[in-house]
Write a protein that binds this ligand. Sequence first.
Ligand code: NAP
Ligand code: ZN
Ligand code: ZN
Length: 347
Amino acid sequence: MSTVTAYAATSATDPLSKTTITRRDVGPHDVAFDIHFAGICHSDIHTVRAEWGQVKYPIVPGHEIAGIVTEVGSDVTKYKVGDRVGVGCFVDSCRECESCIAGEEQYCTGIGMVGTYNGVGRDGQPTQGGYSGAIVVDEKYVLDIPDAISLDAAAPLLCAGITTYSPLHHWNAGPGKKVAVIGLGGLGHLAVKIAVAMGAEVTVLSQSLKKMEDGLRLGATDYRATSDRDTFTELQGRFDLILNTVSANLELADYLKLLKRDGTLVELGMPENPMEVPAGALVFGRRSIAGSLIGGIAETQEMLDFCAEHGVAPEIEVINPDYINEAYERVLASDVRYRFVIDISTI
Ligand code: NAP
Ligand code: ZN
Ligand code: ZN
């Protein structure tokens, strides 16, 4: 076992604080790597504040992890010391169920996907995430970061990137398709960039016009404030696909009406409380509402390669670990352009 420095939450209300955790010895199939950068996802905040249910404290969040391999197990074939690698939201799954065999490990129906943090590893120990100096992960759950993507920019792709790439790909975003993205935050700004790179026509639906210049620079051709009721009348029946990346409850009926016949609204945000879905907004127009959870390992690699090829990278603000608690407050205030990434070298 090795001991590494980390930032942990000790309760739902206390700020995160510096501590140490242990990492398991490197097994035959394991890759150990020094973490260089870790993104701050809104899911980290939902989790540590117990908005998704009870949490076992202390908990070290972080599931957007990028670093450099320091040791590999005797049977590892995919990676060697010095490789640039990443880990996203999960570090294991049953490997046998239909979802795992299909490469959709995030939907594992065996043991369920084992979260990078707040899960339990095969050794029976709680998993701890990326706000830490190093991590040990089975090579099957480790991603290869293409040379064209810097390590700090790679980190947010491992959750925010794949979470938006997967539904865009699944629902065939591309030329001729009109896509709307609700919320221009960590997920939302990558959704815009990736959808544009796929060839779709993209509209941003944000609470205000404050970030309009950014949205258009990212490639959106239209940008509307949802605080303006005219948005909902003017855009009725406009979109093939809407990705909802908002972390809070919305009046879904208003947004469903923006879909064309047979259009789909995909729920990516996971607010604490349920939202109402009026039947009429679905029935008229044969519209669908769906959800999507991150993406499998193979698709995550495909997304990284796609981003490298198309020059897609997140816009990030790199911070020191002692700024994590302030960064959380700024994420909650939608005051981030557009992802905080922790420089772990200073941990
Ligand atoms: P984020 O950076 O905080 O972005 C969320 C955006 O939602 C904000 O920037 C803001 O955009 C908008 N927003 C926030 N509060 C709002 C409110 N009260 N009303 C309307 N709009 C509001 O968060 P994130 O990291 O992108 O994560 C977004 C959500 O996705 C979280 O719930 C997270 O847990 C979830 N998530 C899901 C998956 C998955 O696999 N499905 C993966 C990762 C994250 P504007 O300022 O532009 O309005
Ligand atoms: Zn996340
Ligand atoms: Zn499985």
